[in-house]
Design a protein around this ligand. Structure first.
Ligand code: NAD
Length: 356
C-alpha cells in the first residue's frame, strides 16, 4: 500500500529524531511491501525563521492532504520572547484545530528493561506498566467561555467547563475502540460528585459502553484517579477523560515511567488522519549533538501504523524491535544506567532498524 506522510522536523532535536524515524519507516516499508512518501514541511521556530509565521498555510494544506502527520518538536530559547500568537507552540494548537484532532492518546508504557527508571517501588510496578490515557483535546474548560467581571468581592475571573453529548460520545468511542485493541478495560475519570458537565460525561460514557459489551467499564473521581495512579497503576488499561483532567493525569502517568525520551503520542480526529509526536519538547540543550533518544518518535510512528494505517503487524514489529534493543542493554544518555552500553541518536536508530 502507499501512504503519504507529512513530516515536521521542527526545532532543536526534532530533525535528529525525525531522520531516524523516517529510516525506520522506510525499512518497515521494504519488509512488508508498503511505500511511504514523505513531504517535509515547516512549523514552529524553523517556520518563523523562514516565513515569519509559526504555521504557514502551505504546511496546513499539505498536512490536510496527507494520510498522516509526523512531528518532531517545536520551540526553543531563540523564539521565547516573541508575542503569544507568534510563538512556535502556536503551530501545535493551530494544527490540532485545522486537522480537527479531538482525541489525544498517550500510552504510558514502562519497559521491563527500564524498571529502574520508575520512581515507584518494585512491588507496585510488578513486571511493568502499560496504561493508555485518552484525553479530550478540543473542548472543556480550555475552550469554554471565560472573562473578567465585577462580583461580590470586586474583580473576579471565570472559566467555564462545557461538554456536549456529541463531544463526549466521540471521545468515549475512541477510548472503547482502543480498549478493544488492548485489555478491554476502560476507566472514565470525572468529578461527577460536583460538576454537572461530569454528570453528563458519565451518562454518555455509560450509553456508549452498551455498544462494547466486552469492555469492562468503571468510573473514578479525578482526585482518586491521581492517587490510584501512584498507589496501584496496574489496575488501569485505558483511561478516558476531559481536556483538563487529561492534561494533568497524562503527565502524571508518563512521569511514573521515568523516561521522557521514550513516550509517544497520537492525536486523532473523525477520520484516519492523525498527528503523531513524542511527548517531549525540542531539548535545545542537546540539539544536533547525536544525543537525543529517538525512541519516543519511533514509537509514535508505530502508533501511526496502528491507528492511521491499520497496520497492526507492522506497528507491533517496530515496538518489538525497540524492546529487543533495550533488552540488549543499549541506551541513549537520558536512559543510561550502570553497566549499559551508551549509544547516540543515529546508532540507536540503526540498532532498531537491524532488529526489525
Ligand atoms: P524538553 O522535553 O525539551 O526537555 C526536558 C529535558 O529532557 C531536557 O534536559 C532534555 O535534554 C531532555 N530530553 C527531552 N527529550 C529528550 C530525548 N528525546 N532524548 C534525550 N533527552 C531528552 O522540555 P523543555 O526543556 O521544557 O522545553 C524545551 C523547548 O521545547 C521549549 O521551547 C518548549 O516550549 C518546547 N516544547 C515543545 C513541545 C512540543 O513540540 N510538543 C513539548 C514540550 C516543550
Amino acid at each position: 500500500m502507499n501512504f503519504n506522510i507529512a513530516t515536521i522536523p521542527g526545532d532543536g532535536i526534532g530533525p535528529d529524531i525525525i531522520e531516524q524515524t523516517v529510516l525506520v519507516l522506510n525499512r518497515i516499508g521494504e519488509k512488508f511491501g508498503h511505500t511511504f512518501h514523505f513531504t517535509e514541511v515547516l512549523a514552529g521556530g524553523a517556520a518563523i525563521d523562514a516565513t515569519g509565521e509559526p504555521l504557514p498555510q502551505e504546511t496546513i494544506d499539505i498536512c490536510k492532504k496527507s494520510d498522516s502527520v509526523l512531528l518532531g518538536a517545536v520551540g526553543g530559547p531563540k523564539w521565547d520572547n516573541l508575542p503569544g500568537d507568534r510563538r512556535p507552540e502556536k503551530a501545535l494548537l493551530g494544527l490540532r484545530g485545522e486537522l480537527g484532532l479531538f482525541a489525544n492518546l498517550r500510552p504510558a508504557l514502562l519497559h521491563k528493561a527500564l524498571k529502574d527508571a520508575c520512581p515507584l517501588k518494585p512491588e507496585i510496578i510488578g513486571d511493568g506498566l502499560d496504561i493508555l490515557v485518552v484525553r479530550e483535546l478540543t473542548g472543556g474548560i480550555y475552550f469554554g467561555e471565560r472573562g473578567r467581571r465585577t462580583g461580590k468581592f470586586g474583580e473576579e475571573a471565570y472559566d467555564t467547563e462545557t461538554y456536549s453529548v456529541h463531544e463526549v460520545e466521540r471521545i468515549a468511542r475512541v477510548g472503547f475502540e482502543s480498549a478493544m485493541k488492548r485489555n478491554k478495560k476502560v476507566t472514565s475519570v470525572d468529578k461527577a460528585n460536583i460538576l454537572e458537565s461530569s454528570r453528563l460525561w458519565r451518562s454518555v460514557v455509560e450509553k456508549v459502553a452498551k455498544d462494547y459489551p466486552e469492555v469492562e467499564l468503571n468510573h473514578m473521581y479525578v482526585d482518586n484517579a491521581a492517587m490510584q495512579l501512584v498507589r496501584n497503576p496496574r489496575q488501569f488499561d485505558v483511561i478516558i477523560t476531559s481536556n483538563m483532567f487529561g492534561d494533568i493525569l497524562s503527565d502524571e502517568a508518563s512521569m511514573i515511567t521515568g523516561s521522557i525520551g521514550m513516550l509517544p503520542s497520537a492525536s486523532l480526529g473523525e477520520g484516519t488522519l492523525g498527528m503523531y509526536e513524542p511527548i517531549h519538547g525540542s531539548a535545545p540543550d542537546i540539539a544536533g549533538q547525536d544525543k537525543a533518544n529517538p525512541i519516543a518518535t519511533i514509537l509514535s510512528a508505530a502508533m501511526m501504523l496502528r491507528y492511521s494505517f491499520n497496520l497492526e503487524k507492522e506497528a507491533a514489529c517496530v515496538e518489538e524491535a525497540v524492546t529487543k534493543v533495550l533488552e540488549q542493554n543499549y541506551r541513549t544518555g537520558d536512559i543510561m544506567s550502570d553497566g549499559m552500553k551508551l549509544v547516540g541518536t543515529r546508532e540507536m536508530g540503526q540498532l532498531i532498524i537491524n532488529a526489525l
